[in-house]
Design a protein around this ligand. Structure first.
Ligand code: ADP
Ligand code: MG
Length: 350
């Protein structure tokens, strides 16, 4: 049996994946979102909603929290989709269809066919459905048209059907088409960064549940580090976890200020790392090659990539991946003239 920790009561409670039973200081936003979805449980259309605000301040957690409540206490079906993993309309529709237990072809179907089939399947259901498209900027980057298709879908679905969009970028819709937000009839819920006091409350709650004892000032120090580094709660959780590990390794029976001080320097804003982790395998291979070479023509890059990748994709898909990496500002792609044979694309590390 695993030896019991003198520090961690329940380590998983400090993990960023854990969805707490309570989300302090998000009561208002949670109530608004729940109110927007509520009509779906009464046979009426829910209010489409756009949630925005900087990273790490409970947008995803609040949406998942509200979804969990509706799943547990109502007939409304909720579908959470992260657009990092489903970056095209067809991928999203396929996911919805599969969630409803139906079979879906993903390859070789047109958008229209996919839309029609999804609408047909939804219309056979006798319940409200709400889908959350988290990190929707990834979908828009990759498949701008998808918004117009979602709009069409909204009009043709006969059951109560609603969409919740989430993004760090408040202007993600206006960048595509300033009218799209009103056409989709979206209400906005802004998430503002937490204050130091709020961050402290949030971390304290997780500490109470997950850790046996901490020295006075530990939570404040972690909260402060999180606020100083952009206000992402994950930074505070990371500090607690790492300090806890140090305390364990020193065989202490509580987390002390000195343990936190030891790890503060190693806990940095999470975003750049996360960005890379979320790339698909092919994009990771491509990025690794660009990192190594610093600058390379896209043709040569494709050759290198084909040698390294387990199952290399077609040249066309490869170009999609390059564009995606460029839009994420991880690489730069420029047209260059090369000899008499015309233009070539030069890929540079950023
Ligand atoms: P984002 O706004 O980027 O979607 P998340 O919802 O993923 O941020 O939150 C990041 C982490 O912080 C998650 O582990 C989440 O559980 C936690 N968190 C954020 N806000 C709260 C809160 N009010 N109470 C408890 N945990 C929170
Ligand atoms: Mg999120």
């Amino acid at each position: 049996m695993k030896e019991e920790s003198k520090i961690f009561k329940k380590e998983e409670i400090l993990s960023t994946e854990y969805l707490p039973e309570l989300l302090p200081h998000r009561e208002n936003q949670i109530k608004r979102l729940a109110n927007n979805i509520l009509p779906a449980s009464e046979g009426r259309n829910p209010q489409n909603t756009f949630i925005f605000g900087p990273p790490g301040i409970g947008k995803t957690a609040s949406a998942r929290f509200v979804f969990r409540e509706f799943e547990d206490y109502s007939e409304v079906r909720t579908i959470y989709i992260n657009c990092w993993d489903y970056r095209t309309l067809i991928a999203i529709l396929t996911k919805i269809v599969i969630e409803f237990g139906s079979f879906a072809h993903r390859k070789g179907v047109s958008k229209d066919e996919s839309l029609e089939r999804t609408i047909e399947i939804l219309n056979k259901k006798n319940m409200g459905v709400v889908a959350c498209l988290d990190e929707v900027d990834q979908l828009i980057l990759n498949d701008k048209e998808s918004l117009y298709n979602l709009l069409r879908m909204n009009q043709y679905v006969k059951i109560p059907f609603g969409l919740i969009f989430i993004s760090n970028d408040p202007h993600v819709f206006s960048k595509v088409d300033p009218r799209i937000k009103s056409s989709l009839n979206i209400e906005e819920i802004e998430f503002r960064p937490y204050s130091l006091e709020e961050m402290k409350d949030i971390l304290k709650e997780r500490v109470n549940l997950g850790i046996w004892t901490v020295e006075e000032g530990v939570v404040l120090l972690c909260a402060n580090h999180a606020i100083q580094n952009g206000g992402d709660v994950r930074i505070g959780l990371d500090c607690l976890m790492k300090a806890g590990r140090i305390a364990e390794s020193k065989n202490c029976d509580k987390i002390k200020i000195e343990h936190v001080k030891e790890i503060l320097g190693s806990v940095k804003p999470v975003k750049p790392k996360i960005l890379r982790e979320r790339l698909n395998e092919d994009e990771k291979v491509i990025l690794n090659i660009v990192d190594k070479k610093r600058q390379i023509f896209s043709g040569d890059l494709y050759k290198e990539y084909s040698k390294t990748a387990k199952m290399p994709v077609s040249d066309r898909r490869f170009r999609d991946f390059l564009n995606h990496l460029a839009k994420l500002n991880l690489i730069k792609v420029e047209e260059r003239r090369r000899g008499v044979r015309g233009k070539k694309r030069m890929v540079t590390k950023i």
